[in-house]
Design a protein around this ligand. Structure first.
Ligand code: NAD
Ligand code: UDP
Length: 338
C-alpha cells in the first residue's frame, strides 16, 4: 500500500473553484452537489442516469453555478472549463443493480476511473475515488483496517463490483506514483439516508419500504450477518474532509460508522421505528454475501479528525419520513421490494 503522510486538517474549499462530480444524480453524488452549491462553488454533474434520478438534482437545474451533463464515464470525457476537484462517484452500488450487467459495471468502474484520472491529470485537478468496503470481500478480520488485504472472489456474482473497485484503486495509486496525479481514495462502508432510490434493492431501503407498506421484511439467510451503517450527512462530511485536507494522502481511508448490527437487529429496529405490524420472512442468502463488516476508522480520525455523529436509530428516524413521502407519491414502489 502507498505510504501515508499525516498532516493536520485544513478544510475550507476555495469558492473560486469548480467541482466535477461523476454519479452526481445518485444518492451520495447529489448530496455532494448540494454541499458545494450551498458553499457557492461551481458544480458540474456527469451522470448517465442508469441508477441515479433527475429528481435528486431537479432543484439545482435552474442554478447558474450548476451544470448537468448526461454522459457514460466509460466513454472518454473532456471539458474546456478549469476543474479543481473531481469526485468519481459513478457506479451502481446496490448488489442487485450492479449484477444486472456485470460487464457494464466493471467497465464503468475501471474504464470510468481511467477516463476520470486522465481528465484530472490534464486539468491538474485533485481526484477522489469512491471505493468501497467491498474491496475487503468476505473479511476474515474485524474491524477491517486499511492494511487488511481482503478475501475476495474473482469469479463470483459480486466480482464485477469488488474486483472493479480494487482495480480502480490500483489505477489511482499508479497514476499518482507514475504521473503525480493528486489522488484521494475513500473506502465507503454501507451508507443510507434520504434520496436512496426506494427501488434500489439495498437492505435499508428494502426494509423501510416493506415496513411502511405492510409487506414482510425479507431477511436473506438467517440474518446473523452484520453490517455497519453510516448516515449520509456523516459520510458526506468525511468525503469533503478527505478531499480538502492538505498534505499527501496516498493511502485509502475507511469512511463508515463502526456501530455494527446484524441484519436481523436492523429489521427489528426498523419495525420499531415505523411501528409496523409487518412480519419477517427468510429468503436464501445470496452467493458470497459477506458475513461481517465493520470499519476501523482510526486512520480517518488521525488524518481528518472525522468520526460519524449519527447513531443508527437516529439516522433511521431521519430517513423513514423520506421513504413515507416517496411511497405516498408513488405507491407502486411498495410492490418492488416484496
Ligand atoms: P447510486 O446508484 O445512487 O449512484 C450512482 C450514480 O452513478 C447514479 O446516479 C448512476 O446513474 C451513476 N452511474 C452509474 N454508472 C454510470 C456511468 N457508466 N456513467 C455515468 N454515471 C453512472 O449509488 P450511491 O450509493 O450514491 O453510490 C455512489 C458511489 O459510492 C458509487 O461509486 C459506489 O460504489 C460508492 N459506494 C457507495 C456506498 C453506499 O453505501 N452508498 C458504499 C460503498 C461505496
Ligand atoms: N439483505 C437482506 N434483505 C434485503 C436486502 C439485503 O437481508 O432485502 C442483506 C444482504 O444479504 C446483506 C445485507 O443485507 O447481508 C446488506 O445488503 P446490501 O445489499 O444493503 O449491501 P451489501 O453490504 O451486501 O453490499
Amino acid at each position: 500500500m502507498p505510504t501515508t503522510q499525516q498532516s493536520p486538517l485544513k478544510a475550507v474549499p476555495s469558492t473560486s473553484e469548480t467541482v466535477l462530480i461523476t454519479g452526481g444524480a445518485g444518492f451520495l453524488g447529489s448530496a455532494l452537489c448540494d454541499h458545494y452549491i450551498n458553499r457557492g462553488m461551481r458544480v458540474i454533474c456527469v451522470d448517465n442516469l442508469s441508477t441515479g434520478r433527475m429528481q435528486n438534482i431537479e432543484h439545482l437545474m435552474e442554478n447558474d453555478a450548476f451544470s448537468f451533463i448526461k454522459h457514460d464515464v466509460s466513454v472518454p470525457f473532456d471539458i474546456s472549463e478549469d476543474i479543481g476537484f473531481i469526485f468519481n462517484m459513478a457506479s451502481p452500488a446496490s448488489p442487485p443493480k450492479y449484477q444486472i450487467d456485470p460487464i457494464a459495471t466493471f467497465r464503468t468502474i475501471v474504464i470510468g476511473a481511467e477516463n476520470m484520472l486522465t481528465l484530472a491529470h490534464r486539468k491538474g485537478a485533485r481526484i477522489l475515488e469512491a471505493s468501497t468496503s467491498e474491496i475487503y470481500g468476505d473479511p476474515e478480520v474485524s474491524p477491517q483496517p486499511e492494511t487488511y488485504r481482503g478475501s475476495v472472489n474473482t469469479m463470483g456474482p459480486r466480482s464485477c463490483y469488488d474486483e472493479g473497485k480494487r482495480a480502480a484503486e490500483t489505477l489511482f495509486y499508479d497514476y499518482n506514483k507514475n504521473l503525480g496525479t493528486d489522488i484521494r481514495v475513500a473506502r465507503i462502508f454501507n451508507t443510507y439516508g434520504p434520496r436512496m432510490d426506494p427501488e434500489d434493492g439495498r437492505v435499508v431501503s428494502n426494509f423501510i419500504v416493506q415496513a411502511l407498506s405492510g409487506n414482510d421484511l425479507t431477511i436473506y439467510g438467517d440474518g446473523s450477518q452484520t453490517r455497519s451503517f453510516c448516515y449520509v450527512d456523516d459520510l458526506i462530511a468525511g468525503l469533503v474532509a478527505l478531499m480538502h485536507t492538505q498534505g499527501n494522502i496516498y493511502s485509502a481511508v475507511n469512511l463508515g460508522n463502526p456501530g455494527e448490527y446484524t441484519v436481523r437487529a436492523l429489521a427489528t429496529m426498523i419495525l420499531e421505528e415505523t411501528q409496523s405490524a409487518s412480519q419477517i420472512t427468510l429468503k436464501p442468502l445470496p452467493v458470497d454475501d459477506p458475513k461481517q463488516r465493520r470499519p476501523d476508522i482510526g486512520l480517518a480520525w488521525r488524518l481528518l479528525h472525522w468520526e460519524p455523529k449519527v447513531p443508527l436509530r437516529e439516522g433511521l428516524r431521519l430517513t423513514i419520513p423520506y421513504f413515507a413521502l416517496e411511497l405516498e407519491q408513488n405507491p407502486a414502489v411498495a410492490k418492488v421490494a416484496v
